[in-house]
Design a protein around this ligand. Structure first.
Ligand SMILES: C[S@@+](CC[C@H](N)C(=O)[O-])C[C@H]1O[C@@H](n2cnc3c(N)ncnc32)[C@H](O)[C@@H]1O
Length: 345
């Protein structure tokens, strides 16, 4: 716990006197600015709902981009407003008319102004996101969870593999750990390994392991893809790796460029990490195992480069595309082409 300000300044008499003056001036300045910020609050806004409406109008007027867990200004504003007062999106509708305290109004409008001025995804301002029906710790060290793979995890990867035979899952390029940890939560008999090359991302993944109380079934490894992982075979390898091409990255809205580049950029054509995973996955799958790999907008280029590989493109009820599935047997059969593509880079 930090020492109180006056204790931290303890010294001789003159120093103590100076410390008291500095502390008084600092206290006065804080109070002055907080009164000023309260006076700057938009007039007439009283309830939670008022602030959601005002925030959404500010976001639309500023031309913000959405896509980090919400897809419209109202949901984005609701996330910020509710998080600022420690409430969830599941808040019953009857509470939307609740009045806010002056301090809450300052906190909310500060967050809304930062969202507009800094173009930070809302999750980086609130430190939280939702994925596969669960809440996640999120910092700017990880991408904001949003993969359509959530739907497959919630379904226990069925009908693509018999849930009864799934014992081990590998989440490669795990970031916050949302995919692998959600698999551990939704499939209580499964053991999961999480892998990422970024030490700071893995710190966030570890916080999420603890948050969801799955320490006994989830392990975390720092590794460049498969290079430093245990010599295990997995029933499911699931991965949402970086797959954005350089030209695409440069054209993305600012919100995306506030995410770690390591999580987005997959080389010139977006496929550098993707083809390495395709070339090596068979060596880490059980005989009946499957690879589920998100390649997003890089899908057409992947098909062009590997025309004879029989990718199955998955469809999602809640939207999203660019997620492929290959069985261990298919990966084995096409390993030569996959290796050639990987080594040509
Ligand atoms: C698109 S993010 C996905 C994060 C998470 N799976 C999700 O869906 O939110 C890709 C992640 O891959 C990691 N990564 C990039 N290159 C890698 C490599 N060669 N080996 C392991 N992880 C890598 C990045 O650090 C980043 O966390």
């Amino acid at each position: 716990m930090p020492a109180p300000r006056s204790w931290a300044c303890a010294g001789n008499g003159a120093e103590q006197g100076l410390a008291v003056v500095v502390s008084c001036v600092a206290g006065f300045t804080d109070a002055f600015f907080s009164i000023l910020r309260m006076a700057e609050q938009p007039d007439g806004l009283i309830t939670l709902q008022d602030f959601v409406r005002w925030g959404a109008s500010r976001f639309n007027a500023a031309g913000l981009s959405f896509g980090h867990g919400t897809d419209n200004a109202i949901d984005e504003a609701a996330h910020l407003v509710l998080s600022a007062v420690s409430l969830d999106p599941t808040l019953p509708a009857g509470f939307r008319d609740c009045r806010l305290t002056p301090a809450e109004r300052v906190r909310i409008s500060d967050m809304i102004e930062r969202r507009v001025a800094e173009r930070l995804p809302a999750a980086y301002l609130t430190g939280r996101a939702w994925f596969a029906g669960l809440e996640w710790v999120v910092t700017p060290d990880v991408l904001v969870p949003r993969s359509p793979i959530a739907e497959l995890v919630e379904a226990g990867f069925e009908p693509w593999i018999d849930g009864e035979i799934v014992g081990r899952v590998l989440d490669l390029c795990c970031g916050s750990g949302c995919i692998g940890i959600a698999a551990a939560v939704h499939l209580p008999d499964v053991d999961v390994d999480l892998v990422d090359i970024s030490a700071v991302a893995l710190d966030v993944a570890r916080r999420n392991v603890a948050r969801h109380h799955v320490e006994d079934r989830v392990r975390v490894f720092a590794s460049d893809l498969f290079d430093s992982i245990p010599n295990d075979r997995y029933d499911v390898i699931v991965s949402n790796p970086p797959y954005v091409s350089r030209s695409e990255l440069e054209a993305l809205p600012l919100e995306y460029r506030n995410e770690p580049e390591l999580g987005l950029l997959g080389g010139e054509d977006g496929l550098d990490v993707v083809v390495r995973i395709l070339a090596d996955a068979a060596n880490h799958l059980t005989d009946e195992g499957i690879l589920i790999l998100e390649v997003g907008s890089a899908a057409p280029e992947l098909e062009r480069r590997l025309p004879s590989v029989p990718f199955t493109w998955l469809e999602f009820e809640r939207g999203g595309e660019g997620v492929l599935l290959l069985t261990r047997e298919q990966l084995d059969r096409h390993q030569l082409e996959l290796l050639e593509e990987a080594t040509a880079r």
